[in-house]
Design a protein around this ligand. Structure first.
Ligand SMILES: *[C@@H]1O[C@H](CO)[C@@H](O)[C@H](O)[C@H]1NC(C)=O
Ligand SMILES: *[C@@H]1O[C@H](CO)[C@@H](O)[C@H](O)[C@H]1NC(C)=O
Ligand SMILES: *[C@@H]1O[C@H](CO)[C@@H](O)[C@H](O)[C@H]1NC(C)=O
Ligand SMILES: *[C@@H]1O[C@H](CO)[C@@H](O)[C@H](O)[C@H]1NC(C)=O
Ligand SMILES: *[C@@H]1O[C@H](CO)[C@@H](O)[C@H](O)[C@H]1NC(C)=O
Ligand SMILES: *[C@@H]1O[C@H](CO)[C@@H](O)[C@H](O)[C@H]1NC(C)=O
Ligand SMILES: *[C@@H]1O[C@H](CO)[C@@H](O)[C@H](O)[C@H]1NC(C)=O
Ligand SMILES: *[C@@H]1O[C@H](CO)[C@@H](O)[C@H](O)[C@H]1NC(C)=O
Ligand SMILES: *[C@@H]1O[C@H](CO)[C@@H](O)[C@H](O)[C@H]1NC(C)=O
Length: 574
């Protein structure tokens, strides 16, 4: 221990003596955690379900099964792991939508959950027709994992001739009836700023859009089931690229009583192939790039905040159009956590990591293999999806970290600008302060070490004293920034059926007089310095549901049975 460290910690050095001394080449970094958040941050209180998952509709059958009897055990574990970490009143946030939903038709008489009318569709835009089984599966899975709140896409690309009376209204009526209180809202249209450029609707502009939205809302107000939007239920504009959010809002969206404003954002894309920008891992490891990333649409976001309308990032991930070779690395796990916290600190109410069909490199999870006939997606993938052997993508781990870090009591998130990391590209560290109980009390520190040290050199972070006598730490680790497997959160890694393997590890450190927390590079630590509940337990569903053994003999176990099992009556059933 060097001299500076000893003088800073004075009496506490002995108490912290069980922590090995820093082997880091960098000096220890002082973390300053002010007793209350700045007023400009205190206005944005977020909850433990802040980080949701966005599913592209066209991949939904390969991930969630095709009816309520064939929901893959793996997806149940993946979702249950997250839901278990949330408070009772914080359902898991799921969005079902994307380009494929915007190009889709609801067909009430269709007996399959999804069908794919165009075998030659491009992978970034697969038209998908869906039947009522979609709502049944969504409802059943919500019950099975303990509560989900859904955002559902409403198409603005189909049905144009009969807007206000046709399929959009039918879809909304059916979804609202079937999902009930599990329906969070509808996202009307997907990336309308691309309708012109992608040739869906040449010449489309904001004023035409505002007018069309008005027509559809009239239809939803006068539906066969009455006024569907008596209470606000619609979100939008879900812009991604071309239109300025503030401009869309002030051009007329602000007159429509929206429940949410929404946008989607990726830092780069691979639509035209691999290039030095979309394979640049350094970009994702530099916290200083996030200020620019989060500043897109800042004026519109401020306007949303001022109007009291929650702002959602309904899709994000590393590289749009399917990811690059960096999208499945540990660098992206760290980045996905960093992005989520940065948006929580920047007036967003929720953000959703996006996941798609098999083989997309930024996915949170993939079934064991590709659909049996990629040229005919109507052919069932269920036999494959029911098997073990799922791949967990590196972004998935961000879900576990956020669910544990943000509080059910409401958190205010502040970028502590550690080592000037908000602007300094040379900083290899970053830190957030999490204020819990609605922002009134210091709850946790999230500490990042982006350094890629083969020898696992530690960076020492000095945590201030006077917060808690013994602080608890959990680590997010992997062997290197380009590691694609072997990622662990609190000592656990995700196995082949979405199950968390290994014992949950929490390190206790005496800290009343301050303490040193060591984080290997690369790595991240969440340090509990307040009174918020720390989640402990085993979120893996019981064996029979996850290992497939019972499936072999009984492919038709009822969802209600599984729900009962989750409620705790484990042993008797299998
Ligand atoms: C559910 O889907 C499976 C696999 O496609 C099928 O065998 C089974 O009959 C379906 N169950 C119901 C109730 O439709
Ligand atoms: C898939 O099913 C849809 C709806 O029944 C049908 O229109 C389409 O032609 C089918 N695709 C193939 C490749 O058979
Ligand atoms: C949008 O397009 C319509 C139809 O071409 C045109 O009349 C209108 O002026 C355009 N609005 C703006 C703001 O460009
Ligand atoms: C890669 O990212 C780093 C860090 O942000 C940046 O300095 C560099 O210019 C980027 N290189 C390319 C080719 O985009
Ligand atoms: C990704 O591909 C680029 C270009 O081929 C290569 O330079 C880079 O090392 C690769 N990165 C990883 C993590 O595989
Ligand atoms: C969040 O909104 C508040 C209140 O409108 C504002 O003062 C603050 O600057 C906003 N924060 C960011 C990061 O834009
Ligand atoms: C902190 O910033 C200084 C100045 O840019 C830089 O030299 C140093 O490497 C940084 N240390 C860490 C751990 O980020
Ligand atoms: C580095 O940090 C880890 C995690 O805090 C700790 O287990 C390990 O002992 C430290 N290594 C050294 C050499 O201090
Ligand atoms: C967690 O629960 C699952 C299902 O009951 C079980 O298979 C697994 O061994 C448990 N894990 C631990 C670490 O106890």
């Amino acid at each position: 221990m060097h001299v500076h460290y000893i003088s800073f910690l004075s009496a506490s050095v002995l108490l912290c003596a069980s922590i090995p001394s820093a082997a880091s080449p960098d000096a220890a970094i002082n973390v300053i955690f002010p007793s209350s958040p700045p007023a400009s941050s205190a206005v944005n209180v977020v909850y433990d379900n802040f980080l949701g998952i966005s599913f592209e509709l066209s991949s939904f059958n390969t991930l969630w099964g095709e009816n309520t009897s064939t929901v893959p055990p793996a997806i149940l574990n993946y979702l249950h792991n997250i839901r278990s970490r949330l408070g009772d009143s914080s359902p898991l946030r799921i969005r079902v939508g994307g380009n494929s939903m915007d190009e889709s038709v609801y067909t009430p008489k269709q007996t399959q959950m999804l069908t794919f009318p165009d075998p030659n569709a491009p992978s970034n835009n697969i038209p998908t027709n869906f039947g009522p089984l979609l709502w049944d599966v969504m409802t059943a899975v919500s019950t099975m994992v303990g509560g989900i709140t859904y955002l559902v896409g409403l198409s603005m690309r189909e049905d144009m001739a009969s807007w206000g009376e046709g399929n959009v209204v039918d879809t909304a009526v059916a979804a609202r009836k079937a999902l009930g209180t599990a329906l969070d809202g509808f996202l009307l249209g997907n990336e309308p700023d691309f309708y012109s450029g992608h040739g869906n609707n040449p010449g489309y502009n904001i004023s035409l859009y505002i007018n069309d939205v008005g027509t559809i809302l009239d239809g939803l107000r006068n539906s066969p089931s009455g006024n569907l939007i008596q209470s606000p239920l619609i979100g939008g504009p879900t812009v991604c690229c071309g239109w300025d959010l503030k401009n869309v809002i002030t051009s007329g969206l602000d007159g429509y009583n929206y429940k949410y404003y929404s946008m989607q954002h990726y830092p780069t894309h691979i639509c035209g192939g691999e290039n030095p920008t979309n394979t640049n891992m350094s970009y994702f490891l530099s916290h200083s790039n996030l200020d620019a990333f989060v500043s897109w649409n800042q004026e519109g976001i401020k306007l949303a905040k001022a109007s009291g309308i929650p702002m959602l990032l309904t899709e994000y991930n590393s590289v749009a159009c399917g990811g690059s070779n960096i999208s499945d690395t540990f660098a992206i796990t760290l980045w996905a956590v960093d992005v989520a916290l940065k948006h929580a600190a920047s007036n967003f109410s929720s953000v959703y990591l996006h996941t798609r069909e098999y083989g997309v490199r930024y996915n949170l999870f993939d079934p064991p293999s590709a659909p049996p006939d990629p040229s005919n997606l109507n052919v069932s993938s269920t036999p494959i999806s029911l098997k073990p052997g799922w791949r967990t993508g590196s972004p998935y781990y961000a879900e576990l970290v956020l669910a544990e870090t943000l509080s059910r009591s409401g958190s205010v998130v502040v970028d502590l600008n550690l080592n000037n990391s908000e602007t300094n590209p040379a900083a290899s560290v970053a830190a957030y302060g999490i204020y819990d109980s609605g922002g009134s009390t210091r709850g946790k520190l999230v500490l990042f070490n982006f350094a890629d040290t083969d020898s696992k050199l530690n960076q020492t972070f000095r945590v201030p004293g006077g917060l808690k006598s013994i602080v608890e730490t959990r680590l997010l680790l992997a062997s290197a920034v380009d590691a694609r497997t072997g990622i662990t959160w609190a000592g656990q890694t995700v196995g082949e059926v979405g199950d968390l393997q290994g014992d949950q590890v929490t390190v206790n450190t005496d800290c009343w007089n301050g303490c040193a927390i060591q984080i290997p590079g690369p790595g991240l630590a969440v340090v509990w310095v307040g009174d918020d509940t720390m989640w402990t337990g085993n979120s893996t569903l019981p064996d029979f549901a996850v290992n497939g053994d019972c499936r072999a003999g009984d492919a038709h176990y009822a969802p209600v049975v599984l729900a009962v099992v989750i409620a705790g009556l484990l042993a008797i059933l299998c």
